[in-house]
Every structure is written in structure tokens, then in C-alpha cells.
Ligand binder design. Sequence first.
Ligand SMILES: CC(C)(COP(=O)(O)OP(=O)(O)OC[C@H]1O[C@@H](n2cnc3c(N)ncnc32)[C@H](O)[C@@H]1OP(=O)(O)O)[C@@H](O)C(=O)NCCC(=O)NCCS
Length: 222
Amino acid sequence: LTTATLPERLEAALVALGPPTVRCAAALVDVADVHASHPDEAAHVAGAVLRRRAEHAGGRTLLSRLTGAPRPIATDGQRRPVPPPGWVWSLAHDDDVVVAVATTDPEVLALGVDVEPFRALEPAMVRIIRRGDDADLDPLLLFVIKEATYKAWSVLGGRLLEHHDVRVCAGDGEAGTVRAIVPSATDGAEFHGRYSAVDGRWLALVIARSRSASSSLSRAAT
Ligand SMILES: CC(C)(COP(=O)(O)OP(=O)(O)OC[C@H]1O[C@@H](n2cnc3c(N)ncnc32)[C@H](O)[C@@H]1OP(=O)(O)O)[C@@H](O)C(=O)NCCC(=O)NCCS
């Protein structure tokens, strides 16, 4: 029997997904965060419904808590929250929760996180998400891994991607581990992903590592 709250369980799951150098946090979507948010942050979602304003503010509250970043946290032209120098970070929300990850680890070039509540997807949506050569995973999980990959890819300056632009391959044999690649990318960009199921949600954390870290990882795997 556990008495941990949903955010505590999500936070623990995220910690288990990442290397120790990645800080993780989770919180419920809470309208109180809207009142605490900076007007410059709120301006980005001024016309949105209250729940959207709450998740936006909640994400920034978590990022600031994780990193000490002063508010307001700026948003760039690609909708990305702008981290302080030396940090990389990512956030995601579903209807109930906000999750965030951040690190100053120099071997981590970019992070991507995503969370989605379990649901069945229409066959047409599955076709949009799944490539023929993707790992044999639940389509919603593939979606979550691909969205997290896109966030990390975008932080590295990558273009807008379709789901079919990302191939999800089996990882190094460890359960819950995948590699995501963008086959059309000339530099062979590769992302390391880990996922788990928490309270009826898929949670994925994707990391782009520096080339030196990636090659030492693959050496370790052979
Ligand atoms: C970025 C994107 C994946 C976010 O997905 P979402 O379901 O809208 O929302 P999530 O809760 O998962 O994540 C939203 C957060 O991601 C972050 N984000 C938004 N755009 C981002 C980008 N280009 N790069 C990195 N992070 C981004 C923001 O922090 C955002 O929250 P905020 O607006 O409150 O600050 C989506 O909006 C998007 O731009 N998709 C187009 C590309 C795509 O999905 N291709 C298919 C997969 S390869």
C-alpha cells in the first residue's frame, strides 16, 4: 500500500527514467499557479481557457522550482520555454498533471518529456503515428515517445517533424528502453528514451547525449 500522491508517484517514476544528473518534478494542474504567474508569461496564453493557463503557469512554476530560474520564464518563437544559461529542460502536461525535467549535465544536449493518459486511438491516428519499422509498442506509447523526441530534437534546432519522421527502435535490451532516430537527418541524430506506465498514463523521457557520451554508451553495450 502506498500513500504517495499522484505527483509524488510521477516524480519518482521520472527519477527512475533519467540519469541521476536530471532533476525531475511533477504537480497537479492548479489554477492557483495562474495567480502566481508573471504577467509576461501569462500574456502567451491570455486568450486561452483557464485550464490551459493553469498548465502553462504550472509548467513554469516547476521549471523555476527545479532550476532556480527567475520568473518570468520567456517563451521562444517555437513555443519553447527558454532555460537559463547552462541548463536544458523540458515539460509536458495532460488534463491533470504537469511534469518537468532539467539538467546542467554537459553530456546531455537536450531533453524531451511527455505524458499522456491511456486511451484507445482510432485506426487512422495509429496509421499517422506508427511506421512499419517501429518497435512493436502500444501506439499511444509510440506517440508519447515521438512527441518527447520531437521536443529534444527541436531544442537542438530541428525542423518540424511528422510522426513518421521518427523511428522508434528497441533499446539496449533493458525493459522500457528505446532508441529514437530521425532517418532523414543527415547527421544520424539519435535519442535515448525510457518510458514507464504510472497511474494510467504513459510517461517518456528522451535524451540527446553528446557524441562522446553516446559512443561511450554504445561501447559499453558491446
Ligand atoms: C511540442 C508539441 C509536441 C507539444 O505537444 P502538446 O501535446 O501540445 O503538449 P505537451 O503537454 O506534451 O507539451 C507542451 C509543452 O512542450 C513545450 N514545447 C512546445 N513546443 C516545443 C518545441 N518546439 N520544442 C520543445 N518543447 C516544446 C512547451 O513547454 C509546452 O508547454 P507550454 O506551452 O505550457 O510551455 C506539439 O505542440 C507540437 O508542436 N507538435 C508538432 C510536432 C509533432 O508533434 N510532430 C509529431 C511527433 S514527431
